[in-house]
Design a binder for this molecule. Structure first.
Ligand code: GAP
Length: 440
């Protein structure tokens, strides 16, 4: 088994602090003392989270001709969750510590209360993780509804709608990004496990005989997506579940695990769900959820291969992997070595001085770049401090406008990772940055 790469023991705390201090992630309802396990994404965090989702959508939908997207409702009727198996089996084993009364997930504590060290617990009870609510205007009389605990079911319940409106045949996929909700017993580790989170899931419908081959394919493709976006290879590993540990629907599951500060843990799961979901929804709804292969003149229920990722969890992994401290000019600097596609700002425009002479040309540069890059514009503090502030939030390029610019219509481009500075003509700037970012 791979060992966990050596990590700074304070990494989680450093990244959590940076995330708050620089406007990535705030505790929700903080002015009221916070609401456990819920988080708000600030001005930089919302940019980065959108970038994570955009990178996923681009690779899963935009660059392929076999996958389409949907955006399904979060609220759903009990019938969906009865058919999917969630009402009955989407549970965690809940135990109470007999000494301090804290509640825990039995499978996460190795028989010892993390709060008081006691080994005396109540018998485990199955605790359903779905949030139940009422839909309708009269309290107590409305219809029961559930907040979805996964986006996946929207793809199964819309299978016939999608098939009849687009011309696709297996193998083809339906993708969705959106919020999911789970009443986790022990939410923990910042945004790793929260009660409200975002998922990026894709259900790939295949002829049953091809299921194993597509399962292996998606494990590889999804692993390589994280590599391509800058997670070092040694911080990722694959973990195939033993048959006894499989979810109620799964014929095989492989987790892509990440080396978190607390050890290897799940980043994304890829499952072979067989024909479980379409069969269940077919039987429960009375709507045939099958594919008719006209060429072979056969009707069959496709198998489903599902890469299921968390957008918020992936963002956390990208932040952890990007966090670095190095030394520049004898001083320690903190930097996020984020891939430019994920960075909250790709370019920062920094007029050397607040003097009005520089404002016109600086704003001209900003307007030129804004349609192509998310830009920050900062005139406060010394240029050295501004570079450090941009390094700390992962901005790959700083563009400095100085008094020379008024003479030569050139600016200085500074690279985050090497701190190298290059003089570039304003007219060539956009092409230069697109080239450096390797925009394809
Ligand atoms: N449709 C299958 C499914 O939902 P899952 O392994 O339960 O599978 C998929 O969830 C991914 O969603 C996980 O790998 C993780 O990235 C993310 N995820 C699940 N529960 C989460 C939570 N409570 N907080 C944050 N992310 C979560």
């Amino acid at each position: 088994m791979e060992s966990t790469p050596a990590l700074d023991p304070d990494l989680l705390e450093k990244v959590t602090n940076l995330a708050k201090r620089r406007g990535f992630i705030f505790q929700s309802a903080e002015i009221y003392g916070g609401f456990r396990s819920t988080y708000d994404y600030g001005p930089l965090g919302v940019n980065m989270l959108r970038n994570v989702k955009q990178a996923w959508w681009r690779s899963m939908v935009q660059l392929r001709d076999d996958i389409v997207g949907i955006d399904a409702a979060i609220l759903g009727p009990p019938a969906v969750w009865a058919a999917s198996g969630h009402l009955e089996t989407f549970t965690d084993p809940l135990v109470d510590c007999r000494r301090c009364k804290e509640r825990w997930r039995e499978d996460k504590i190795d028989g010892v209360c993390p709060n008081c060290g006691s080994t005396e617990f109540t018998e485990p009870r199955a605790f359903n993780l779905m949030f139940k609510t009422q839909a309708g205007p009269v309290e107590g009389e409305g219809a029961t509804a559930y907040l979805r605990p996964e986006t996946a079911q929207g793809m199964f319940t819309n299978f016939a709608n999608v098939l009849s409106t687009i011309r696709k045949k297996p193998p083809f996929g339906i993708a969705q990004i959106g919020k999911s909700f789970r009443n986790e017993i022990t939410p923990q580790n910042f945004v790793f496990r929260t009660r409200e989170f975002e998922q990026m899931e894709m259900e790939y419908f295949v002829p049953p005989a091809e299921a194993e081959q597509w399962y292996q394919y998606w494990v590889q493709v999804r692993h390589d997506w994280y590599l391509d976006l800058g997670i070092p290879r040694e911080m990722l590993r694959l973990h195939e579940h033993a048959a006894a540990d499989l979810s109620h629907y799964s014929k095989g599951t492989t987790d892509i695990e990440f080396a978190y500060p607390w050890g290897w843990d799940e980043l994304e799961g890829i499952a072979n769900r067989g024909d479980y979901d379409l069969t269940q929804h077919s039987n429960a709804s009375g709507t045939r959820l099958e594919y008719f292969d006209q060429t072979a003149n056969v009707r069959y229920t496709p198998y489903v291969i599902e890469p299921a990722a968390g957008a918020t969890r992936a963002m956390m992994a990208f932040l952890l992997a990007a966090y670095h401290e190095d030394e520049v000019d004898g001083e320690t600097r903190t930097l996020l070595r984020l891939d430019w596609r994920l960075a909250p700002y790709q370019v920062a425009i920094l007029p050397l001085s607040k003097k009005p002479e520089l404002e016109g040309v600086s704003r001209e540069v900003l307007a030129k770049l804004q349609p192509f890059f998310m830009c920050d514009y900062d005139v406060t503090q010394s240029i050295g401090r501004r570079y450090r502030r941009q390094d700390e939030v992962g901005t790959p390029f700083c563009v400095t406008v100085d008094f020379g610019t008024l003479e030569d219509r050139a600016v200085t481009v500074r690279d985050r990772d090497t701190t190298e500075q290059t003089r570039v003509k304003i007219d060539d700037l956009l092409a230069e940055l697109l080239d450096r970012a390797n925009v394809t």
